[in-house]
Design a protein around this ligand. Structure first.
Ligand SMILES: C[S@@+](CC[C@H](N)C(=O)[O-])C[C@H]1O[C@@H](n2cnc3c(N)ncnc32)[C@H](O)[C@@H]1O
Length: 312
C-alpha cells in the first residue's frame, strides 16, 4: 500500500495537509522526519525538495501558516502538514522510535516568565521527544535567542534517554531563510543545539481511538439542553477541563448540537456533541463535522453531558 496516498487530503491543491484520526498513529517510512513550528514553510519546502527520500511531517499550531506552507509546497509528494499543537500531540501522532530526526527553527522564545509554559520545549515535551525518536535519532533546534538555547541544552540534556551532543554558534547551514540571512548580515548570532537519543524510552498516550457513543434512557428536551449552558468540569488531579456552550437545534426536530470547549494540559479543542433520538431514548456522540481528538477532557465532557441529561 502507498502510505502517502492513504493519508492524502482529497483537495488536490492542499493534498499535503492531513488530519490525523483520533488514537491512530501516522504512517511512517524508513526515513521519516518532523519539523515543529514551520511558520510560512520557507525552510520546510526547500528541505523536502532537497531530500526526496525523506518523508517529512510538519506540525504547526497556526492554521494560516499551514495554508501558506501548503500553497508554497504545491503538492510535494514527500511532505505532510498537520495543524495542531506539538506540545500535546507529538506523542499522540507518532509511535515510539519512528522518527529519524525532529527539528525546530527559530521557535517563539516566549521570554517572559508568565509565558514560559507556552514554549514548545516546556513541561513533558522531552518525554514525548525521547519516545518518538529512533534510537540514535537526532533532535535539533536553531534559535536566535541565546538564553533559550541554553535552557533547552540544560533541560533536554538532563533527560535519561537523550545525550546533549553539540552547541554551535553561527553553524553553517545548507538551507537558510530570509529572516535568518538578514539577522546574520546585521552581525547577530544564531545558536544550534543537537541531541541524540541514546536508549529505548516510552511514554503513555492520552488520546484514544474509536467512537464514543453513550445511550440515555430517557427523552431529552430543548430545556434539558439549555440547562447545560455554561456548565464546567475539571478532572481531579489532572489538567483536563471542559465547558458547555450554546445548543443548536435542528429545525423542527429533536436533534441537538452542544457547543463544547475542552483543555488538556492547555491543549484546547472546540467541537459539538451530537444528541439525537435512538430507540426509546437518546444517543450522545461527537459530531462528525468537528473531528475532536478523544483526549481525557473530551471523554469526560461526553460522560458529564450524558450523566446530567440522564437525570430525571
Ligand atoms: C518564530 S516562528 C518560526 C517559523 C519558522 N520555523 C521559521 O524559521 O521561519 C515560530 C512558529 O512556531 C509555531 N508554534 C508555536 N508554538 C507551537 C506549538 N505548540 N506547536 C506547533 N507550532 C507552534 C508558531 O505558530 C510559529 O509559526
Amino acid at each position: 500500500m502507498d502510505i502517502l496516498a492513504a493519508t492524502t487530503n482529497a483537495r488536490p491543491q492542499y493534498k499535503v495537509i492531513i488530519r490525523p484520526e483520533s488514537g491512530k498513529f501516522l504512517p511512517v517510512s524508513r526515513h521519516t522526519e518532523l519539523e515543529i513550528g514551520f511558520g510560512n514553510g520557507e525552510y520546510t519546502v526547500q528541505y523536502a525538495r532537497s531530500n526526496p527520500e525523506t518523508l517529512l511531517y510538519g506540525v504547526e499550531i497556526s492554521q494560516a501558516c499551514v495554508l501558506r506552507c501548503a500553497r508554497r509546497a504545491g503538492g510535494l509528494g514527500n511532505l505532510r502538514l498537520i495543524n495542531t499543537d506539538a506540545r500535546y500531540m507529538l506523542r499522540e501522532l507518532f509511535p515510539d522510535e519512528s522518527l529519524r530526526k525532529i527539528f525546530m527553527q527559530f521557535p517563539c522564545p516566549w521570554s517572559k516568565n508568565a509565558d514560559a509554559h507556552k514554549r514548545v520545549t516546556a513541561k513533558d515535551f522531552a518525554d514525548g521527544l525521547a519516545a518518538v525518536l529512533e534510537v540514535a535519532g537526532v533532535f535539533e533546534m536553531v534559535t536566535d535567542d541565546e538564553p533559550y538555547a541554553c535552557e533547552v541544552w540544560d533541560v533536554l540534556g538532563r533527560h535519561g534517554a537523550l545525550t546533549a551532543e553539540d552547541f554551535t554558534v553561527n553553524p553553517k547551514r545548507e538551507i537558510t531563510t530570509k529572516y535568518e540571512r538578514k539577522w546574520l548580515e546585521e552581525g547577530r548570532k544564531i545558536y544550534r543545539v543537537t541531541f541524540r537519543k541514546s536508549g529505548a524510552f516510552t511514554v503513555s498516550r492520552r488520546v484514544t481511538g474509536g467512537d464514543m457513543h453513550i445511550k440515555i434512557p430517557r427523552e431529552v428536551t430543548a430545556a434539558d439542553m439549555a440547562g447545560l449552558r455554561n456548565i464546567e468540569g475539571r478532572t481531579e488531579g489532572r489538567n483536563s477541563f471542559w465547558k458547555f456552550g450554546r445548543t443548536f437545534r435542528e429545525s423542527g426536530g429533536d436533534v441537538y448540537l452542544l457547543e463544547t470547549l475542552t483543555s488538556d494540559d492547555e491543549y484546547e479543542q472546540k467541537f459539538y456533541i451530537h444528541v439525537a433520538p435512538r430507540d426509546e431514548g437518546f444517543l450522545l456522540r461527537l459530531d462528525k463535522t468537528t473531528l475532536a481528538f478523544l483526549t481525557p477532557a473530551v471523554r469526560s465532557a461526553l460522560n458529564d453531558a450524558a450523566e446530567r441529561l440522564s437525570r430525571p
